[in-house]
Write a protein that binds this ligand. Structure first.
Ligand code: DC
Length: 222
């Protein structure tokens, strides 16, 4: 294994990126940074303070003072906002949409990207997000673009949320995922795109092991 390896995993919501990233970080014994959690925590801050996630002026007033910390406890990422562990709270469905909205603001992205690059510069890591291969780490050693059909992604999210005890409506969830796909790929600054040199893996008909072995086969080849 080369020293200080960087792996970028991008793709739309529910494509399975985080499951793959977590497994890769274990297999390769490298750090996993879930960048979506950072946008989610920023969205939670806006929701808590009554600021609309698309209100650029108000968001830009708190973004530089944002007390957001990523810590690793027992090998898993914990997200802290204003000193509080919000790792579970940021998974709530209303935070998802707000995160997609707030992530379209340039002031937010610049701040998050700065933090992500700093964390990534210190160690070998796998980052998952929307713009990792195209913008955050354009020189990453490996870039993967993980996709799946919207129906498959909605089913996965539905199962995940149900298991966490959330009361979810499948059709509404699928519509929200479509809306987030649109938002994430149409924003002006650093949208969700497949980096030119990324390897695309469609996970619609693959289980986790199938995706891991596909990804690992590319990594071992080099
Ligand atoms: O991966 P996720 O669903 O937890 O991400 C939440 C939102 O954050 C998603 O709608 C888009 C945004 N996001 C982003 O714009 N760039 C990233 N690198 C990661 C997430």
């Amino acid at each position: 294994m080369q020293k200080n390896i960087k792996i970028a995993l991008d793709g739309p919501s529910g494509s399975g990126k985080s499951t793959i990233a977590k497994r890769l970080s274990k297999e390769l014994d490298i750090l996993y940074l879930d960048t979506g959690a950072m946008y989610r925590a920023t969205a939670l801050k806006a929701l808590k303070t009554g600021i609309a996630p698309k209100d650029e002026r108000s968001v830009s007033e708190f973004i530089d003072k944002l007390d957001l910390k990523i810590k690793y406890e027992n090998g898993s990422q914990q997200t802290y906002l204003d000193g509080e562990n919000v790792s579970d709270k940021i998974r709530e469905p209303q935070v998802s949409m707000a995160a997609s909205d707030i992530s379209s603001l340039k002031c937010v992205r610049l701040k998050m990207v700065e933090m992500q690059r700093k964390i990534a510069s210190e160690t070998s890591c796998v980052l998952d997000g929307r713009d990792i291969g195209s913008y955050v780490l354009p020189d990453a050693d490996y870039k993967f673009y993980i996709t799946a059909g919207v129906d498959v992604r909605a089913q996965r999210r539905y199962k995940e949320l149900k298991e966490k005890g959330f009361d979810v409506d499948f059709d509404k969830l699928q519509k929200e995922i479509e809306e987030r796909d649109y938002n994430d790929s149409h924003r002006e600054f650093s949208p969700l795109v497949k980096a030119k040199d990324a390897i695309e893996i469609d996970t619609s008909n693959l289980d986790v092991e199938g995706v891991i072995s596909a990804v690992m086969s590319y990594i071992k080849k080099r």
